[in-house]
Design a protein around this ligand. Structure first.
Ligand code: PHE
Length: 361
């Protein structure tokens, strides 16, 4: 019997050591240690043995069982570890690789990028960025900006009016609410809520009844307003120069031409020197510079010193026309983007043909 146990131990040890997988080991465990295994039978039969044999056989059988059990356990552990390693190695994926097929990455619209560029420049000059309603009251769009009652911009053919619907005040006529024709109404709104000194810009959508290669019924403007004690036209010129040099290059110059706006006095239009012909109007191989049409200057927007009458509407908010002065300017974002990217037709920005938009990634 003891010899038989030695054989079982030797066979079992060899088999377990030779097993190549966790499944194979499980089968060997059943074979050598399971309920029907020979060893189990021997252990069960100990009570039937001669009393003198019980001790040595029982001790040896238990030793063989414990030994095999421990061996199986340790082999399972090392095999499971090795199997895990192997499956990890074969299943390995590089999660940093792009998906397949590679997805096109989107990017910001050129108008958004131009707007953000302007914002960055003006924030750098200490201005805050404000936003205002696109659906505006006649009061902010025209009246508080000193537009006379018969100003052409107030005519139905120039401006989109909103019919006042339910809930509108009784006295509100059909023309009291409109789509803002410029970002200038925010001059008044900003001054109503923020005491001087005030340095702010307003980027946003504006609306006019125009539609051609350089005009769209919806377009974008940036308004600028600076109000404090002692602000002069020279500050306006320096600010525009600093801003336009950031946008169009450090060699640019600006000029201001007399103009008229109801809400600024004096009023100007401002131009930047052409960055294609460097202000000369001439380009090799062309009759004249086709960007500035040979003029050397590119028209950008309107500006001026805030009219004291406008301050009169916000006097209560701290804007005493005898104490503070200020300048305001406004220009179109599309125009800047067209010039920077050489886009000839403003409407292309809103057709949203990806073949065009992809060129600005
Ligand atoms: N709001 C004017 C326009 O749209 C531009 C402007 C802004 C002029 C501020 C003067 C001062 O034409």
């Amino acid at each position: 019997m003891l010899e038989r146990l030695e054989t079982i131990e030797a066979e079992g040890t060899a088999a377990v050591n030779g097993a190549g997988s966790a499944a194979e080991l499980e089968n060997l465990r059943v074979k050598f240690l399971g309920r029907k295994a020979e060893l189990t039978g021997i252990l069960r039969g100990i009570a039937d043995l001669e009393p003198a044999e019980r001790g040595p056989v029982g001790g040896a059988a238990n030793k063989v069982r414990k030994g095999l059990e421990a061996l199986v356990e340790s082999r399972i552990e090392s095999l499971a570890g090795a199997e895990l390693e192997a499956s990890l190695a074969s299943d390995r994926i590089d999660v940093t690789l792009p998906g397949s097929p590679v997805r096109a990455v989107g990017h910001l619209h050129p108008i958004t990028r131009t707007r953000r560029l302007i914002e960055d420049v003006m924030i750098g000059l200490g201005y805050q960025v404000m936003e205002g309603p696109e659906v505006e009251h006649d009061f902010y769009n025209f009246t508080a900006l000193n537009h006379p009652a018969d100003h052409p911009a107030r005519m139905l053919q120039d401006t989109f009016y909103i019919e006042s619907g339910a809930g509108a005040p009784e006295e509100a006529g059909p023309r009291d609410v409109l789509l803002r024709t410029h970002t200038s109404p925010m001059q008044v709104r900003a001054m109503e809520t923020t005491p001087p000194p005030l340095f702010m810009i307003v980027p946003g959508k504006t609306y006019r009844r125009d539609s051609d290669a350089t005009h769209s019924p919806m377009f974008h403007q940036v308004e600028g307003l600076a109000v404090a004690e002692g602000i002069t036209l020279a500050d306006l010129k320096g600010t525009l120069l600093a801003m336009l040099r950031e946008i169009f290059g450090p060699d640019r110059e600006i000029r201001m031409r007399p103009h008229f706006f109801p809400f600024t006095e004096p009023s100007v239009e401002f131009d930047v020197s052409c960055f294609k012909c460097r202000g000369s109007g001439k380009v090799e191989g062309e009759d004249r510079c086709n960007l500035c049409k040979g003029i050397g200057w590119i028209e950008l927007g309107g500006a001026g010193m805030v009219d004291p009458n406008v301050f009169g509407f916000v006097r209560e908010a701290g804007y005493d026309p005898d104490l503070v002065t200020g300048f305001a300017f406004g220009f179109g974002i599309e125009r800047i983007a067209m010039l920077r990217h050489g886009v000839g037709d403003l409407r292309l920005f809103f057709d949203n043909d990806v073949r065009l938009l992809e060129q600005f990634s």
